[in-house]
Design a binder for this molecule. Structure first.
Ligand code: XBP
Ligand code: MG
Length: 246
């Protein structure tokens, strides 16, 4: 069960952040989120909530910021969906190879994201092919965003599988908390924004998906599943067996 932002795709720094800034600019606002500030703001999941939290820092009254955040986020969503359609967002290195290997081994694929459906579906279709994921749960279906486990629980329901059968693959602490609260084993593939987060609860931590000739480093392997320089089917199977006590 894959997360999207920061996991399947490199979408935050040069994707969502840019779209938020364009929405601010179009609205005539002076606010711009630089790379560092955006890293801090990522602690709040969901674009609407993120904008709201930012204006709360600036002491904007609650009602005003709720209306403004909703309006700005609606526009940001259109802008980001267009960026996704134009091919401006790339998969993380090694993701395509992993998906192919999983499919080849008959493994079923799902997505659990707190991103908005308007951009999630065109992005997944363009990068990975329509219908590639059997179940896709977005912020539009999940009653609460990560770190709440709603998205993962709904995806399990869609797959009709118990949590022990579906390891989660995430990049962030919010994603880890969500996956673990849903009862999933969780692999963390860190990125530039998340490598310093506390992933103590993770079942495996890698610094990338890894490719033949460009191996990933294993940052933590508490179950001893011993990935061969990449996240592969064998590693995920060993992890599933080990965390389900099989
Ligand atoms: C991702 C998010 C998303 C994106 C923006 O968290 O929090 O909000 O940053 O997308 P995760 P929207 O990877 O843990 O799912 O603007 O559509 O909310
Ligand atoms: Mg993520």
């Amino acid at each position: 069960m894959f997360d999207v932002d920061g996991t399947l795709v490199d979408s935050e720094r040069d994707g969502h952040r840019v779209a938020f800034n364009r929405a601010f600019e179009e609205a005539g606002l002076p606010d711009r989120w630089d790379v560092e500030l955006y890293g801090e703001l990522l602690a709040v999941t969901g674009g609407d909530r993120r904008i709201n939290a930012y204006f709360q820092r600036r002491d904007m009254p609650e009602e005003e910021r709720a209306v403004l955040a909703r309006r700005l986020h609606a526009r940001k969503t259109e802008i980001f969906a267009e960026m996704a359609k134009q091919g401006e967002i790339e998969p993380r290195p090694g993701v395509n190879e992993l998906l192919e290997e999983l499919e080849g081994a008959g493994v079923r694929l799902a997505v659990a994201t707190t991103g908005t459906a308007t951009w999630v579906h065109p992005l997944l279709d363009r990068l990975f092919g329509a219908g590639r994921f059997e179940v896709v749960v977005t912020a539009n279906e999940a009653p609460k965003l990560k770190p709440d486990p709603s998205a993962h629980l709904l995806a399990l329901e869609g797959l009709r599988l118990p949590a022990a059968a579906a390891p989660g693959i995430e990049d962030s602490l919010n994603g880890l908390r969500a996956a673990k609260s849903a009862g999933l084993a969780c692999v963390i593939v860190v990125n530039d924004y998340t490598h310093d987060q506390d992933f103590t609860a993770a079942d495996l931590i890698l610094d990338g998906f890894g490719l033949h000739g460009a191996p990933a480093s294993v940052l933590s392997d508490p179950h001893g599943v011993d990935p061969p320089g990449r996240l592969d089917v064998g590693t995920l199977r060993r992890l599933t067996a080990s965390s389900s006590g099989a």
